[in-house]
Design a binder for this molecule. Structure first.
Ligand SMILES: NC(=O)c1ccc[n+]([C@@H]2O[C@H](COP(=O)([O-])OP(=O)(O)OC[C@H]3O[C@@H](n4cnc5c(N)ncnc54)[C@H](OP(=O)(O)O)[C@@H]3O)[C@@H](O)[C@H]2O)c1
Length: 222
């Protein structure tokens, strides 16, 4: 599949490497695609066949576009690309917005919802933001199963993203579809608990696993 990845930071690099290993065709979208220092840092990825361009080039290439930019910068960056170029694309949104004091930049309505509302013709799927970049592409490195969440309004887009998660090593039964993009709030707010668990356990590399009741007679929500 043709994947564009916005952002060449830790997450963008990890995901590009993971999907390149799985045989996907990747273009990284950077604000500085000709920066020689950046190109040196990305040498292994470029040697593996990943290409680099500006954000518009990565978007034009993408069947699935990945937002791996700081959550505080995501909407302005997408606006600079423009709604027409994003029309119809699946946007896999990994981003969480943090302010300098480590509080969320989107404490009420999630970034995922803000992007969906700003770009109604784009099919936003929020996922992967509840795990660290190492675990994102190596869920098998954990000692047991881990649950990954999906939020988005478009069922086909979530299916496409589910396939890409599978290619990173996430088994089908590890994926939990939470529902519409409004449920991205829970995923983004988990970042606060994530940081607490990381501090308490002294590692970023952990997963969370949904444990269901043993009895099918458990209380129903609806
Ligand atoms: N790190 C994790 O394990 C993790 C886990 C879950 C979720 N997330 C979320 O995933 C997103 C990416 O995280 P990351 O750790 O990869 O961040 P990062 O290392 O800071 O990389 C972000 C990249 O975004 C690009 N970018 C575009 N506009 C930018 C701007 N105005 N300011 C700064 N960078 C800008 C930059 O690439 P160019 O310079 O090439 O344009 C930058 O390298 C964040 O929203 C983060 O909250 C991260």
């Amino acid at each position: 599949m043709r994947i564009g990845v916005l952002g060449t930071g830790q997450v963008g690099r990890a995901l590009a490497a993971g999907w390149a290993r799985a045989g996907h065709d990747i273009v990284l979208g950077s604000r500085r695609p000709e920066d020689t220092e950046l190109l040196t840092e990305l040498k292994d990825l470029l040697d593996a066949g990943v290409r680099i361009g500006d954000p518009a080039a990565a978007t034009a290439h993408a069947e699935v576009l990945v937002n791996a930019t700081p959550g505080t910068a995501s909407v302005p960056l997408l606006e600079s690309i423009g709604a027409p170029a994003l029309e119809g694309k699946v946007l896999l949104d990994v981003a969480v917005g943090f302010l300098e004091d480590e509080t969320l930049s989107h404490p009420v309505v999630s970034l995922g919802e803000e992007i969906q509302s700003a770009f109604p013709g784009t099919r936003v799927v929020k996922t992967l933001c509840t795990v660290d970049r190492v675990v994102m592409v190596a869920p098998q490195s954990l000692e047991g199963p881990s649950t990954l969440f999906l939020s988005g309004d478009d069922a086909t887009a979530k299916e496409t993203v589910g396939g890409l998660l599978h290619d990173l090593g996430w088994p089908e039964d590890s994926l939990l579809d939470l529902g519409g993009i409004g449920t991205a709030r829970g995923q983004e707010h988990f970042a606060l608990l994530f940081n607490g668990i990381a501090l308490a356990t002294n590692t970023f590399e952990f997963g969370i696993n949904l444990v269901r009741p043993t009895s099918t007679r458990g209380r129903r929500v609806a």
